[in-house]
Design a protein around this ligand. Structure first.
Ligand code: SAM
Length: 423
């Protein structure tokens, strides 16, 4: 079995090379100490900007690019010294030993001296970070600036929520059992949960568990899904016999919920990615859900006459940073601009699929106005036959167009919805 810290170094380096953290972890899913590897790697990316700022204070000169592995050893140790229950002497000792196994004996002194200095002077060093927003809030500055400008009163709460841990929420497959009876099954299994306030199928666990511990998970009794994502179905309100398109469906969370809510719909789940569409098919098999799957670029899809289209658009995912803290490191301003351009194109394409009088629900897991309210304003300006139907809800905030949930509000992920109707 490979050492937890050695595996964590590989995972962190893969992310720094551009891989999403969950993909990098996929190579180690059967490691017996995966939870510890996840704790370290998620933690390092949650506090990446702060840890980098500390490192800059601790090192007299920055390490060479070829010694990024040593930098990662230090980032892991600085994270553990602040957030883990491992004894500090063991963290320093193991970090120094890692230099040897990485065949960089020369680094032992630097690692030892830096970590011991952090132990001695951590209060003063952490105090210095107050000077830099980037270090203090552990977000890249461009993101802090954008969030601040969009939410002048809420930006600090958003940044704090982004650095917190998301709860594990479930969606009960109400074709198999009621939420109350599944809650009772959880209780019998010794798993504590509460009902969600806004989704009638939702349950929130008090502590996360492995899905294999969830009663009848493999038989399709339940799925893991944040409450904010579950709200799509209640807004779209699918009716028996309707022809419905989930235009960006993979991995199928919302499409399967649509079917669980109303199995008598004629549902098409479309996605551009065949490999991601396979996840929709796997979910359908597990949940015993029935829908047609289509692999196509929505912009080239020619089927029309849908009563309703759900467009859960590709986005920056800045509303789900607490679940994917690597987004802060991986996402760039250019990525956001590309997402905004693609969203406009898929919105226009989704509109072409609707029949007259049909409805389109636009959703993102972003909090940026350019992907949400401003995107819908531009759409309405392009389409004279579109009108917005305000979403009447007790969750989130009414924006100039659509409704926005901010990360952590009612324990939910950051999410955006806007409902459009064709004249
Ligand atoms: C936010 S995810 C959808 C999540 C999904 N609705 C769920 O609830 O599980 C966005 C999806 O859009 C797909 N996508 C991106 N560009 C697309 C395009 N041009 N046509 C169709 N699908 C696209 C991506 O492959 C991705 O699976």
């Amino acid at each position: 079995m490979r050492d937890v810290r050695a595996v964590s170094i590989d995972v962190i380096q893969a992310v720094l090379d551009g891989a999403p953290l969950n993909d990098a972890l996929d190579h180690h899913r059967d490691h017996p100490r995966l939870p510890e590897i996840q704790f370290i790697t998620f933690g390092v990316f949650r506090f990446y900007d702060q840890l980098q700022a500390l490192l800059a204070l601790l090192l007299n000169k920055s390490l060479k690019a070829k010694d990024r592995d040593i930098e990662v050893v230090l980032l892991i140790a600085l994270f553990q010294l602040q957030h883990s229950r491992v004894k500090p002497y063991a963290i320093v000792d193991e970090s120094v030993k890692l230099c040897v196994s990485l065949k960089k004996v020369w680094a032992k002194g630097v690692v030892n001296a830096s970590l011991r200095r952090f132990q001695r002077e951590h209060e003063a060093l952490l105090g210095e970070l107050v000077q830099s927003e980037e270090a203090f809030y552990s977000h890249p500055q461009y993101l802090i600036d954008r969030i601040k400008s969009a939410y002048p009163s809420d930006w600090q709460a958003i940044l704090d929520a982004n650095n917190g841990q998301a709860p594990m929420s479930l969606r009960v497959n109400t074709q198999q059992a009621s939420r109350d009876s599944y809650l009772a099954s959880l209780k019998n299994a010794g798993i504590e949960a509460d009902v969600c306030e806004h989704s009638t199928a939702g349950l929130r666990l008090r502590s996360a568990v492995n899905v294999s511990a969830l009663p009848n998970f493999s038989e399709g009794a339940v799925s893991v899904q944040d409450e904010a994502a579950q709200l799509a179905v209640y807004i779209l309100a699918p009716k028996s016999g309707e022809k419905i398109l989930d235009a960006c469906a993979a991995p199928g969370g919302k499409a399967c919920h649509l079917w669980e809510y109303e199995p008598a719909v004629r549902l098409t789940a479309l996605d551009v990615s065949e490999s991601r569409l396979n996840k929709v098919r796997e979910n359908c098999t597990r949940l015993k859900a029935n829908m047609q799957t289509v692999c196509a670029d929505l912009r080239q899809y020619s089927e029309t006459g849908f009563d309703a289209v759900l467009l859960d658009a590709p986005c920056s995912a800045l509303g789900v940073i607490r679940r994917h803290p690597d987004i802060k490191t991986l996402r760039s301003e250019e990525d956001i601009a590309s997402a905004v351009a693609l969203q406009a194109e898929v919105l226009d394409a989704a509109w072409r699929c609707l029949k007259s009088g049909g409805r389109l629900l636009y959703a993102t897991c972003s909090i940026l106005p350019e992907e949400n309210s401003e995107q819908i304003a531009a759409f309405l300006a392009r389409h004279a036959d579109a009108r917005e139907q305000p979403i009447d809800a007790s969750w989130g905030h009414a924006m100039a167009h659509g409704r926005q949930i901010l990360p952590g509000e009612s324990a939910m992920d950051g999410f955006y919805y806007a409902l459009l109707v064709m004249a």
